[in-house]
Design a protein around this ligand. Structure first.
Ligand SMILES: *Cc1c(COP(=O)(O)O)cnc(C)c1O
Length: 620
């Protein structure tokens, strides 16, 4: 990993390094540190999730812009439309900003459940598309009819023939007594033979949980024809899976879907005029130039979609379909950054100042000390090997009772110092041995956040997110680092990976604060985040820039306080409150005056969130 932590690979020009800090590459270019300090000055402790609406706008502009460019270049006659899939991020401070910055595009929402459908019905501007995917019962389909009758441009995508039967049933109930005959548009999800891509490949392909086979598609058309609803069938839909890393599966899926579109039109689907290509546009998460996640650009993606649809329409003599996309990750991932304070560096005590050398040390320890002092580039490798050999012997001597705990501590410190010095002296050599050693002396950074809450895809899928410190960047980071969160779970660790080594700074947390930022966490993480150990969603803040380039901090929501967390998992908090209070009031150990003081403290703590309070740094 480079000194810029791969910012040029994953950063997309959204952030840059100025002096020694990460700044937002927008308007007045404030640093992340400055913003975090402002949030903390308002009294909020623990990790902070910053949202940047200008980055949501950037992605939406890019999506529409590239499809507009491609359509013009190819003189494409179908329209381009997009919806945001709510499952990617349903949080109101995200969705409200998304709808505000997309004003003018006719951008809509996609829903995959009843609760999401309610958000879509309440928030989508009338006329902008709503698409509804996933499994549906009669009630959910009835909600779609209510949306249509309130004037929404809504398409219900059916996943199977039984859903179509329910649509017909609901249509008869909703429309038989009225003359308006308003019915949602109907889409059909196709079950493709071409396989999906990425870790989520199961979303596409024959074994997919979703979609209609060719036989079912034909059957569905016949059913709609019989019921007089064929003119509501307007869209076919596919989704090949999220984070599509290569473009090839898309090309295959476009060919397959394009031909299905054309043949269904010929089969009598006269109102069919749209292809919904789902999501899947990937995000570059890699911090390493040599290992990128994505082999295509949004430009290539748009060109392929337009080109294939045009070719197939031409060859089969049908009109060019309107295009719908449901890209979610691509729109949301970059908009938020999680910033969390480091609480402790675990092995900082492997420091020369903690040595407890004696008047007379055991000979091997004396020798270690001399190896450490006398090490230079020419002898580094040899001395290193000697030191590691001594370590084994000394640990055995300790087990046998020949050396004491002070000697053992000196051994551990000296060997660690020797390895660090050797790595430093030999840093130009790229040997496996050095990498393995780096693994041994890695520093463990204890960070005030929960991986389960804030980066669940790391825990569940091994998805990596770009990590870097937001300050100290003019100094060389020297510590091979692994990151521990504050949950009591050994899975709450981002381990050191010698292939993409994360190096952080050696800082004295008694004198200065050190914050780590986790980027590209805006898609999927927030709602998948779980309250393992009862750590809740971090304090969130929206950072908005005005026309003059100044920024303001808005929509601050503090992480939940302790009682609210318990309330949320259905404890009777009245009873908890009563029990805590009466324990103190009836305690025989303390007098009345102390009881008042202790009660006061208890209620103060109960009003705070569950993250740790950073030890107050001494201002330099
Ligand atoms: C999840 C999903 C999406 C969004 O996929 P991204 O990879 O986030 O773009 C779109 N459409 C459907 C049907 C989905 O299930």
């Amino acid at each position: 990993m480079n000194r810029d932590y791969g910012l040029s690979v994953w950063g997309d020009g959204n952030f840059k390094i100025k002096d020694d800090s990460v700044v937002i590459a927008h308007k007045s270019e404030p640093s992340l540190l400055e913003i975090v300090k402002k949030v903390r000055d308002k009294g909020y402790k623990g990790p902070v999730l910053l949202r940047f609406p200008h980055l949501i706008k950037k992605q939406i502009d890019l999506l529409y812009g590239e499809f507009k460019r491609a359509s013009e270049e190819f003189a494409y006659k179908g329209s381009f439309n997009a919806v945001f899939p709510l499952k990617v991020n349903q949080f109101p401070n995200f969705i409200n900003e998304l709808l505000s910055v997309s004003n003018g595009y006719n951008y809509g929402l996609e829903a995959g459940s009843k609760a999401e459908l309610i958000i879509a019905m309440a928030k989508t501007p009338l006329g902008a598309p709503i698409t509804v995917n996933g499994f549906k019962d009669k009630e959910m389909i009835a909600l779609c009819f209510i949306a249509a009758k309130s004037g929404h441009n809504i398409t219900v995508t059916i996943e199977g023939l039984n859903e179509l039967e329910t649509i017909i049933e609901v249509h008869n109930e909703f429309n038989s007594n009225f003359s308006d005959n308003i019915t949602p548009k109907i889409g059909m999800r196709i079950r493709m033979h071409s396989l999906g891509a990425g870790a989520w490949a199961k979303s596409g392909g024959y074994s997919s949980k979703f979609g209609l086979t060719s036989t079912e598609l034909l059957e569905a058309c016949d059913m709609l024809e019989r019921e007089g609803l064929i003119e509501r069938f307007s869209m076919i839909h596919f989704h090949i899976g999220s984070q599509m890393e290569e473009i090839n599966p898309l090309k295959k899926a476009l060919r397959e879907a394009g031909n299905i579109y054309a043949d269904l039109k010929k089969h009598g689907a006269m109102a069919l005029n749209a292809i919904n290509i789902g999501g899947g546009l990937a995000v570059e998460y890699s911090q390493d130039k040599a290992n990128k996640n994505r082999n295509y650009s949004i430009k290539e993606f748009a060109n392929d979609v337009i080109y294939f649809m045009q070719e197939i329409a031409k060859n089969k003599g049908v009109s060019e379909p309107d295009i719908y996309t449901e890209s979610g990750r691509f729109i949301a991932a970059s908009h938020s950054v999680l910033i969390a304070p480091v609480l402790e560096l675990f092995s900082q005590d492997y420091n020369e100042k903690f040595l407890r050398l004696k008047e007379k040390n055991p000979p091997l320890i004396q020798e270690l000390y001399e190896l450490y002092k006398g090490m230079k580039k020419s002898n580094a490798r040899e001395y290193l090997h000697d030191a590691i050999d001594h370590l084994d012997s000394l640990l055995t001597l300790f087990d046998l009772g020949y050396i004491d705990l002070e000697d053992r501590s000196n051994t551990e410190i000296l060997v660690s110092l020797i390895i660090k010095k050797a790595i430093d002296l030999l840093s130009r050599e790229d040997s496996d041995e050095l990498k393995r050693l780096e693994n041994k002396i890695q520093e463990k950074y204890l960070v005030n956040f929960s991986i389960f809450q804030s980066l669940p895809d790391f825990w569940g899928l091994g998805q990596k997110f770009p990590i870097m410190p937001i300050s100290h960047l003019s100094k060389k980071p020297t510590q091979a680092a692994s990151i521990w969160d504050i949950t009591c779970d050994s899975d709450g660790e981002l381990g050191f990976d010698a292939t993409v080594p994360l190096k952080l700074h050696d800082v004295d947390l008694k004198k200065e604060e050190y914050f780590l930022a986790f980027f590209l966490s805006g898609a999927y993480q927030e709602v998948l985040g779980m309250r393992h150990n009862l750590f809740t969603h971090p304090t969130e803040v929206t950072v908005k820039f005005d026309k003059n380039g100044n920024y303001s901090l808005e929509n601050i929501i503090e992480a939940q306080n302790l009682m609210d967390i318990l309330d949320d998992i259905d404890y009777d908090i009245g009873a908890i409150d009563k029990s805590l209070k009466s324990n103190i009031e009836e305690s025989k150990l303390i007098d009345k005056e102390q009881k008042q003081i202790i009660l006061g403290k208890l209620y103060l703590y109960l009003s705070e969130n569950s993250y740790l309070k950073t030890i107050q740094a001494i201002k330099a």
